[in-house]
Design a protein around this ligand. Structure first.
Ligand code: SAH
Ligand code: SF4
Ligand code: F3S
Length: 437
């Protein structure tokens, strides 16, 4: 059988999609981890920031050399960049045989065949229905413990800075039946953790024959499938994290006490300009509700530094909301203007790059303090950890995560990957907890 090599960039959704792609191609290709022996190389790409795209352009140049060696090698580009740049990519990147947007993966066998003779092909059609719901992904990231399960696709939120609504199309939910089937199979295969995925899982909604299922109900149903299964989810948009959802997370022991709740900015002026649809006060109200029902719940965030027109006062507001929430973790970015988005059309990208860098560094330094303080509070506490693998630093150490999504490293003893174990934290670094016995 021919060999397929997939490289995935960007968010968890792309990682889940690569597993769907591997499933669609499983009768034609075996997966390989050795790029040198590949007959087909696929890059599943991300467009979220300019840097992400630059990385892909560089990678494609490197692949040209490989293609000169292997005459029959085919290279295809998938994902958000395919959707954003469309045919233009085929002209600027001659190494590509074909490109396929996020809703066109069922067409891959056809694109591969049609482009084999040297004529570049593309399919970037977006769909209002495609959820790949009947496809059982091929798990190629084989830790065998934790898996992603995609529950919806697309995004309707149109935050003004963001390309995702354009690259992924309209929001649509996957049928609960096929989600349950996939989780059932994972349980049979020995998996212990699932992460339910979507750009905005809180707006999951399935309607059929007058019956509806929302995200809180879906998650409760998945949690009830096995007490041994941990349930995580990403990402929650603050605008619709309901009381019902927070109560559901609190109610089930096996729903992890970790919420990624991207704030983006602490300034109401910026939030409005970003079209986030919530205010700082509303956001803090949600945080208070979470902490009230689950004092031990970890909260992480995404932050954008130097958005259009951001004043020093706005920036200070971001720092102050970070302190007020006391985030466990943050993903922090400089604003990167994306062609075609509302903010590119309407607002000036007017913060000089050095100033964006300076603000970002301040944000990163503050988060470092907050993460360390949070970890220090955990020293002396005992946590249930799901063991995911052997520590990179030492074969005598294992690592896993607690419910709050923090990585804990501890001595191997007689423990096995995939087991739950209770460990007591004895020391920490800003990024990791350690439990020495
Ligand atoms: N759906 C998720 C986020 C997906 S994108 C949500 O709404 O929370 C992940 C993060 O990338 C965003 O939260 C935002 O912080 C960042 N991001 C998106 N577009 C960006 C841009 N143009 N420049 C810089 N960061 C951006
Ligand atoms: Fe982008 Fe906003 Fe949708 Fe998240 S919610 S994917 S930031 S448009
Ligand atoms: Fe990137 Fe697309 Fe995800 S732009 S962040 S891969 S949805």
């Amino acid at each position: 059988m021919k060999k397929l090599y997939i490289e995935t960039y960007g968010c968890q959704m792309n990682f889940a999609d690569s597993e769907v792609v591997a499933a669609i191609l499983k009768d034609l290709y075996d997966l390989t981890e050795n790029i040198q022996e590949a007959d087909l190389i696929l890059l599943n790409t991300c467009s979220i920031r300019d840097k992400a795209e630059q990385r892909i352009h560089k990678r494609l140049q490197e692949l040209e050399a490989l293609k000169k060696k292997h005459r029959t090698l085919q290279v295809g580009l998938l994902g958000c960049m395919a959707e954003r740049m469309q045919e233009e990519l085929l002209q600027t990147e001659p190494v590509l045989n074909f490109i396929a947007g996020p809703d066109a993966y069922r067409d891959l066998p056809h694109l591969i065949e049609e482009s084999a003779n040297g004529d570049a092909k593309f399919n970037v059609l977006l769909s209002e229905e495609e959820t790949y719901d009947n496809i059982m992904p091929v798990r190629y990231d084989l830790n065998g413990v934790s898996a992603y399960v995609s529950i919806m696709r697309g995004c309707n939120n149109f935050c003004t800075y963001c390309v995702v609504p354009y690259t992924r199309g309209r929001e649509r939910s996957r049928s609960p039946q096929t989600i349950f089937m996939e989780v059932e199979q994972l349980l049979k295969d020995g998996y212990k953790e699932v992460t339910l995925l979507g750009q905005n899982v809180n707006s999951y909604l399935w309607e059929q024959d007058g019956q509806t299922m929302n995200f809180a109900q879906l998650m409760a149903a998945v949690a009830e499938m096995s007490p041994d299964l941990r349930v995580r989810f990403a990402t929650s948009h603050p605008k619709d994290i309901s009381d019902e959802l927070i109560e559901t997370i609190a109610k089930y022991d096996n729903i992890c006490k970790y919420i990624h709740l991207p704030v983006q900015s602490g300034s109401d002026v910026m939030l409005k300009r970003m079209n986030r649809v919530y205010t700082r006060e509303y956001y803090m109200g949600r945080v208070r509700k979470i902490k009230e029902l689950m004092p031990d719940c970890a909260i992480s965030t995404d932050i954008i530094a130097g958005f259009c027109g951001e004043t020093l006062e706005d920036h200070e507001q971001t720092l102050s909301i970070m302190r007020e929430v006391g985030y466990e973790y943050a993903y922090m970015f400089k604003y990167s203007e994306r062609g075609g988005t509302m903010s590119a059309k309407r607002f000036k990208d007017d913060i000089p790059d050095e100033e964006k860098t300076r603000r970002l560094e301040e944000i990163i330094a503050l988060q470092g303090e907050l993460s360390l303080a949070s970890n220090q509070r955990d020293v002396g506490k005992t946590f249930r950890v799901l063991i995911e693998g052997t520590s990179k630093r030492s074969a005598d150490q294992l690592y896993g995560r607690n419910s709050q999504n923090k990585v804990i490293i501890f001595p191997k003893g007689n423990h096995q990957i995939g087991e739950y174990v209770d460990v007591t934290v004895t020391r920490c670094s800003p990024a990791t907890l350690f439990a020495d016995e």
